[in-house]
Design a protein around this ligand. Structure first.
Ligand code: NAI
Ligand code: MG
Length: 334
């Protein structure tokens, strides 16, 4: 029987880039069944809530979700939908690869970095958030557990081994955040000792930013806590041409959600200007996760060829074309 995938088109540029990804998946003969679900602003308008129960049920039932970006309204007591999804389905690993394509306006070539971001703990655990009555003191709790650190570090080293990578850089701030970042570093290093075939390097997060900008080719796999991973993965996206080039997979034991790293881009929404590459690359991650590496590779080649040849690329890559033209150029190559 056909595999069913939950698809959340999302907000802003979401529906247009998801449409592009689905056309491409169909073109290579994936033969998936899609069940569409609402989340984000569009769900708030239609169902009165950002994350309706039927959406959660579909994510749980089908296990695999392809998701567009969601707008979380600022203020009004809304908790981030993405944070909620990641916690609810224990999607503890956020895998964010960046890879140079020739033909972008990126400053570097030969970048191939995977950031493995712990996705449920740390500064984003959402616990203990208070503001004092006078509005002058704000608090939040950061939680790191041995179990959480062990799981994400093991994930990173296993991925490194499976993909024949040479080095894992543990990024931390244990010199200042001695308890939380300290525990993360200690546990990650213990895990690293079980992988003598892979080099372990530890690096403080601020220095990491500098080194990523100066010598990004020295990096291979990065493993880090939630907040640092969020920031570093956007930095890494900038190394390869911007947010339009950066996919992310949220992986748990029982479910996985594949998405772009970027948001709903309200500044360009509805204008056919979005670069769909991030979501297309996320669908490639999804195919690899499903053991369909040959189809994934076909799509990657077609996307690379469009970008490299400059045939109908989008504005963020220096081109003059829109989402639909870019998508057609990829489809023609398939
Ligand atoms: P953003 O990532 O939506 O946009 C940042 C900048 O990058 C904008 O100038 C935008 O035009 C550009 N950009 C992003 N994706 C692009 C693409 N595919 N092609 C071309 N240009 C692209 O970040 P922003 O503006 O801070 O957030 C907007 C909304 O998205 C917020 O409501 C935020 O909460 C949400 N968001 C959702 C995420 C998710 O669902 N995974 C992740 C990040 C933000
Ligand atoms: Mg982010």
């Amino acid at each position: 029987s056909k595999r069913t995938i939950t698809v959340i088109p999302g907000d802003g540029i979401g529906p247009s880039i998801i449409d592009s990804a689905l056309k491409i998946l169909d073109k290579v003969g994936c033969d998936f069944e899609y069940e569409f679900a609402d989340a984000g602003l569009v769900a708030l308008e239609k169902h009165g809530e950002l994350l309706p129960q039927q959406t959660l049920d579909l994510i749980e039932k089908n296990k695999i979700t392809l998701k567009g970006p969601l707008t979380t309204p600022v203020g009004g007591g809304f908790t981030s939908i993405n944070v909620t999804l990641r916690k609810k389905f224990s999607l503890y690993a956020n895998v964010r690869p960046v890879h140079s394509f020739k033909g972008t306006q990126a400053r570097y070539e030969d970048i191939d970095i995977i950031t493995i971001r712990e996705n449920t703990q740390g500064m984003y655990s959402g616990l203990g958030q208070t503001v004092s009555e006078d509005g002058c003191t704000a608090e939040a709790m950061s939680v790191i557990t041995r179990e959480g650190a062990e799981k994400i570090a093991t994930f990173a080293y296993e991925l490194a081994r499976n993909e024949n990578r040479k080095k894992v850089t543990i990024v931390h701030k244990a010199n200042i955040m001695k308890s939380t970042s300290g525990l993360f570093l200690k546990v990650a290093k213990e895990v690293g000792e079980k992988y003598p075939d892979i080099k372990t390097e530890e690096m403080i997060v601020d220095a990491t930013c500098m080194k990523l900008v100066m010598n990004p080719e020295n990096f291979d796999v990065i493993v880090t806590t939630n907040l640092f991973g969020d920031i570093l993965s956007d930095l890494c996206a900038g190394l390869v041409g911007g947010l339009g080039m950066a996919p992310g997979a949220n992986i748990g034991k029982d479910a996985a959600i594949f998405e772009a790293v970027h948001g709903s881009a309200p500044d360009i929404a509805g204008q056919n200007l979005a670069n769909p590459t991030s979501v297309i690359l996320a669908s490639i991650q999804m195919l690899e996760h499903l053991g369909m590496a040959d189809k994934a590779e076909k799509i990657r080649k077609a996307v690379a060829d469009v970008i490299e040849s400059g045939d109908r690329t989008t504005r963020d890559l220096g081109g003059t074309h829109g989402t639909t033209d870019f998508t057609d150029a990829v489809l023609e190559r398939l």
